[in-house]
Design a protein around this ligand. Structure first.
Ligand code: URA
Length: 241
């Protein structure tokens, strides 16, 4: 803390914008400024308070943190809420500015990742990735075989056809006319799971995300969270390739 000084190229490399060697090049080429002054000398010492720009853009000097939260109902998945409702960020004791990766609805529960790593966020939320997102829905009624087939093949929601999904009926409650259904999708459009069931005329009464890729909710009760370890973070990066 305080006035800890570090070499400029190391600080740039740690921010993730360039490798150490590339950072040295950028400095020599006059593309780096510290507190508004161009610095070309390698090894210049900088403190935590110095503002460093690379190609005119401030580097992010914060250490990256990663959390897995079991989101309760009635919590909003954003960093701020205009109506002052409780957010997922409020549930985590962390001073750094973290935000959720993707969204779960206000009334949806389950697994959500929070981080301050913009690169990983972009990779995970990019539509081209094929990472399994496993949801368990309690729905009104019972799915017919043709409805299950339609969900698996893809249904049209908001003019967009969902990609292939996996659907498994876990149980049926005849008395209350409800079913528990597991559905595995890769995309994350707004209210996607609810809209998919709506497309086959079944209302979703309850929804929980149980897994993203290899990450599940083992050991986390509702409202509880834990940090991801280095291995899990590298595995997430791997999965997005
Ligand atoms: N699909 C939904 O409909 N809601 C969620 O919160 C997540 C996926």
């Amino acid at each position: 803390m305080g006035d800890f000084m570090d070499r400029l190229q190391k600080v740039i490399a740690n921010s993730g914008v360039a490798s150490r060697r590339k950072a040295e090049e950028l400095i020599s080429q006059g593309k780096v400024s510290v507190n508004g002054e161009v610095i070309t000398e390698l090894g210049t010492k900088v403190s935590e308070k110095d503002e460093i720009l690379v190609n005119g853009i401030a580097i992010n000097r914060e250490e990256k943190v990663y959390y897995l939260l079991n989101k309760p109902r009635e919590v909003i998945s954003s960093a701020h809420d205009e109506h002052n409702r409780k957010t997922v960020v409020d549930l985590i004791d962390e001073d750094k500015r973290i935000y959720p990766v993707g969204r779960l609805d206000y009334d949806t529960t389950g697994l959500i990742i929070l981080t301050n790593d913009g690169e990983l966020t972009n990779l995970l939320t990019h539509p081209s990735n094929e990472i399994d997102k496993v949801y368990v829905a309690k729905i009104k009624g019972t799915l017919t075989p043709s409805e299950i087939m339609a969900l698996k093949k893809g249904v049209v929601i908001d003019g967009f056809k969902t990609s292939k999904s996996k659907v498994k009926v876990k149980s049926i409650d005849k008395k209350n006319d409800t079913s528990i259904v597991e559905i595995i999708i890769h995309e994350g459009k707004n209210h996607q799971v609810k809209k998919m069931f709506e497309a086959v005329n079944h209302e979703v009464l309850k929804l929980k995300r149980e897994r993203i890729g290899f990450l599940d909710l083992t050991g986390l009760n509702s409202g509880e969270y834990r940090k991801l370890n280095h291995k899990e973070v590298s595995k997430l990066y791997e999965m997005t390739k």
